[in-house]
Each structure stands twice: as structure tokens, then as C-alpha cells.
Write a protein that binds this ligand. Sequence first.
Ligand SMILES: [Zn+2]
Length: 253
Amino acid sequence: MNVTSKLLSVFKVDKQYRGLRSRLSAAEKYLAEQTRLITDIDAKRASIDAQLRQLTATGSNFEGEVKRLDARMATIRDQMNSAQTNKEYKAFLTEVNTIKADRDRQETSALEQMSKAEELRRQVEELQKNRAERERIQAKAISDRDQRAAEIKDKLADLQKERDTLAKELSKETLTVFERLVQTRGDEAMAHIEEADRRRHEYHCGSCMMAIPVEAVNGLLVSGKLTRCASCQCILYIEEELAKSMREPAGKR
Ligand SMILES: [Zn+2]
């Protein structure tokens, strides 16, 4: 086997490996997304919990103030009952009215805090429901991921072994060139040569469609030496069928 055929074997095994692995990658990605959504819910929950603590503290301050003002009014009312003069009585009455207005404002504020807290508790309930649902989806995503991993485990190991054996046949330099190409071009790292017109010696790269000089095509045909497309840099090969027909004497075709 020449270097191009050897590379093509590695390329085909790699492609199968990537194809199998991509199904697992999709499952892993989906699982990561579910986990992220749960983290988002937890962050929202933590923020609401903090707001609730704040509201409860403010609310009980207002309530404490209401109680204090109630006690104050009770005291003044007692004093009113023992007022000596009309003037004194009226002064107490004014004070009570002032305190009462203040007390009502405090009570309204306390109620506002309570209703805000109630709304937040409703949101917490909603979040708890969402989280439970999301956890259920996450559990399913974990089992799907595990199942896929188990399904392809043996096949991946076989392909890896096959690849290792094939790679041993290639020089380190050639492998490096090839692997860098796979990193940047993936399934387009290698491309077959397409024949446009044999009589006019017109061939082009199966990946980028740029013309390939006939000398390069012949070099591949004769020795299978490492040949790259000058335009897209991919490693070129000639498919078996085309190679066979090109090797046949012209008269037989
Ligand atoms: Zn090309």
C-alpha cells in the first residue's frame, strides 16, 4: 500500500469514529444544557429567598412600630380620661390623631410587605415545580447519555485499535500533516479527484472544485505519493474505480 492509500484507510476509520462519537456528543450537550437550566433555577431561587428575608425583616419592623404606637395611644387615652381641662383634653386628642395617622401608615406598609412576600412565595412554588420537571428531564438525559456511551463503547475501542495499527504504517511527519488537516477541515481533510475530461486532462479537487494538474493526478496514480490540493490544501486521492479505468489501455475503453 502506498502512503495515500494508507492515509485513506486511517481517514475512513477516523470518520467512522467521529460519526459514532457525535451521537454521544449530542447527548452530552443536551445533558449539559439541562444541568445549566437547573443551575439557573437555583440562582433565581436564591435571589428570591434573599428578597423574602429582606421583606420579612422590614415587615416585622413595621409591625413592631404599629404595636408600639398602639401602646402609646392606649396610654394617652387613659390620660385623656383623667384630663382636667377641655384644653388639656383637646391636646391629648390631637396627639392621638397624629399617632393614629402614623400608625395607619405603618400598618399599610406592613401589609404591602406581606403581599409582596406572598407574590414571591408564589414564585418560589412555581420555581420548585419547574425544577422538579427539569430534574426529571435531566435524569432521562443522564440515562440516554449512559446508554449511548455503552452502545458505542466496544465499537469505539475496536476502531481505535484498528486506527492504531494503520497509523503505525505511516511516518510521524505524514500523520502530523494529516491530523492537523483533520482538526481544521474535519471530513474534508481528504478529497477524491474528480475527472472532468480525460482527453483534455481536466481534473479537479472533489472538495473545492479547483483544477488539479494532470502531473499531480499521474503522480497519485503511479506512486500514490502524498498530494495536496494547492487551493484548499486537502490531501487528494483517486477512487479505486477511476484509478482502474485510468490504468486500462485506451483501446480497451
Ligand atoms: Zn481543493
